[in-house]
Structure formats: structure tokens, C-alpha cells
Design a protein around this ligand. Sequence first.
Ligand code: CA
Length: 518
Amino acid sequence: MHLRYLILAILLAMVGVVGAQETEKKPNIVFIFSDDHAWQTISAYSDKLMKTPNFDRIAKDGIVFKNAYVPNPICGPSRANVLTGKYSHANHYYRNGTEPFDVSQWTFPKEMQSAGYDTAIIGKWHLGNEAVPPGFNYSLVLVGQGAYYNPTFIEDPKGDGNRERIQITGYATDVITDRSLDWLKKQRAQDPDKPFMLMLQHKAPHRPWMPALRHLDAFENDTIPEPPTLFDDYEGMPRAARLADMRIADTMNDNDLKLKRMAGLNDEQRAVWDAKYGPRNEAFRKMNLKGKDLVRWKYQRYVKDYMRCILAMDENIGRVLDYLDEANLTKDTIVIYCSDQGFFMGEHGWFDKRWIYEESLRTPFMVRWPGHTPPGTVSKDIVSVIDFAPTFLDIAGQPIPADVQGRSLLPLLNGKTPDDWRKSFYYHYYEYPGWHSVRKHYGVVDGRYKLAYFYEMDMQEWLLVDLEADPLEQRNFYNDPKYADVQQRLHAELEKLRADLKVPEKDPKESYPVGEPY
Ligand code: CA
């Protein structure tokens, strides 16, 4: 070959290679996941309680999903939904505090590794065991629920199963972010051409809502607005509502309310903590509050501490976004924020979650993907935590296994909802008997209506909600003649979903507490 042609051929080949790399370049994924985050405390969702400028940065530059539902709103099961893309009855992780999640079943992280991603999970794990599923190049996960101060982690530095415990001084939300940024910087230094997937999972704002020391004064002189249902009498709601043990009035304990010595602080931290809470607690005791005044005080203490935890999360999300900007990674990185479920901020007098009601069923979920997701999008499409696994596989160019029950969000993130996108969603909560005594129920939701069935032998009762007529969800329209058509339609939809999803007629043994008669 003539030298001139040879050079031309080489040049063309190089252009071809560069071109191929360009089209094949996979986006990085930063998946920020939290525990028990009420969407009522993110200003992109509601401006009633507080401002969250950094959460709102994701919303402003990306998409906010207003109807993001969880199939089973408690910590471990929701995490299992994320990892498998499946409902609890399909991944067999129904409740907290039972047999650990079976990490030998199919989960998505190893597929990301196969697709060429460097992967890490840093922060909360909480699936009843110390071993994360295969597929992480690095893991640093909290032991159990994890502590707010000076948390102990299990580190697997090489992702080869050689794990050790380490305790890190500091505040959990800061520490988890520090370690995540360290990992990102190291990954960029070592393998800048490889895409990464980081699962950054906060402990906050889980009970007992311990804020960072720098936020102990925040909101202190404010009076936080009370929800209109703080003193709900549960008249008109299912019997199960009255039987639930999750009221601010009488379930919240001295640890929740910071009225006792808090565990886990070192001497230096405790001195700062006690200097703030000590005088406040003394003033509270002198007031000798009773009845509704006492409930109001507890509400203020609870919501302020909770929102202080959100302040640290907001700051730390800002740190991650700033790093992506500084490292010139923003345009190639999908940033996702989501919680494992929502949380009650005093609605119906409650804290905690577990219910098909909006505060618990709906989780905050927002995504930023520059060049793909149109900025400032607000979506009412029904999406769920079971959609993450198929979405990540789709992004990575991996096939989605047929038994995955979620669906890739890629078209929605690209601004186009498919015509056949889901219009309804199946829900199923199992953890009874258990913490907070919320009765088992399953149901269907469609954005406006909900039909739910409390199905235990002593509790059988149907609930029909119409969010338009009753946004505070204090009534039950079941068997109301005006809703006959809606009721019939939802019954049919519920049966169809249960059949399509292959929900067992009788709850399997694994859904019961260990030792419980079956
Ligand atoms: Ca949770």
C-alpha cells in the first residue's frame, strides 16, 4: 500500500475508534438513597416546612416524580425492591427483623460490573446481614441501622468478600459523603475511562433523628406549622388506624424526643449536645405540659430535629453536586435522589410509615441527567423503586431479565412517557405483628383513587380513598353508592395486578416473624 493511503487508512481507523468510543460511552450513575425521608420536607415537593436548596438543584435541572410509589414501605424490603427490581413476594424479603435478604439471588449490581462499571455502595445497607450482594468493587456499609455519631461500618476494600469493621469519628451523613467523595476521586484517578455507579445511602433521617452539632440551633425559635390532622380521631378511617402504635402523642419515647442521655456521642460531642438540649429540656420539664399542649411540644421537638437532619443531607448533596461540577463530570453523570419510602410528619398524629396513605406510599424521587432530561420537569407518571434495576441495566446496555417486575425509566428520563406506561400500582405491606402494629394490607393506587384490603382474619375491611374529594385521607368511600363504578373498576384492577404479578393467595411463611405460628 502506498504510504499516503496507509496513513489515511490509519487516520480513518483512529477516527472510527474515537467515534465508536463516543457513541458507546456510558453515563456515570450517582444514586443517593436515604432512609425515611418525608417528601413534605423537600421544597421541590412542598414549601410548607423548610427550604432545601441542594435537593432543589436536582429538581431544577432535572425531573421530579410526584407519584413515586413504594411497593412495601419499610426499610429492608424497599432496599430489596431496589436491588432486585421485584416485589417482596418475588424476592422473598417481606419484613425487617426476619431471615436476612438472600444475597445469592439475582441482583443488578453485578450486571453493572459486567457492563464495565466500577461500582461502590457506601452507607446504609440494612438487609439483615453483613454481606452485600456480589457486584461491588468497594463497599462500606453501616452495621445494622447504623449510628448517627461515630458510626461503625463493615468495609470490603477490594470487593472480594474480605471484610472488616471500622469505626469512623464524625456525623454519619458527613462521613458517608466524605467516603463517597474519596472513592469517586480514587476511581477517577485510577480508571478515568471507566464509568462508575455509586450507591450513596444515608442513614438519615431515620429515627431517632439526631442532627449534626452545627444544626442544633436551626429552627429553634420557629413555630413549625402543624398538619391539620395532628389530632385525628380516626373516625371514618379503617379500624387499623386506631390500632396502630405510631402516635406522636403516646408512642414517641424519651430517646426520640432527646429527653434522655443519647448514646454514641464522644465527650466532646456530648458537651456541645448537652449545652443545647440540657437547658431546653429543663425548661420543658418546668412547664409540666399536659394533653394537647404536650403533643404540640412533642411535635415541635420531633419535626425540628427531623428537619435538622435534612439540613445536613441537603448540604452533603450540595457537596456531591459541587464535586461533579469541579471534576467536570456533571454532563456525563446521572444523579438520582430517592428514599426507601416516605414518612409521616404528624399527619393523623403519626410518625413512621407502613401505610398505603400518601405520606408513606409516596417517596421523594428526582433525577438530573443533563442533555437528556428536560430541566424543570414535573412528572405525575407512576414510577417505583422496582424501576431502578431495569433502568440501570438499560443505561448500561444490559438485557433486563424477564422476571424483573419494574420497568426501565429511560424513556421518561428522556422526556417521553410510553403510551402503555402503567396507570395503576400494586401495594402490599406485611409486617404484622411487628413494630408499630400496622395491620397487613394490600391495594391498588392510580394517582387519585386507592382501594386497599386489610385482610387478616380479625381485621377484614376494605378502604376506598378519593384524593380529590378527601386529600387528607380521613374518610372511607367503600360501599358509598356514588363510588360504585370506581369501586368495581378498582376491584377488577386489583385482581388483574395480583394475577399479573403472581401474588400468592396466602402469605408465605417467610412473611411471618421468626417463631410465629403459621
Ligand atoms: Ca426506611
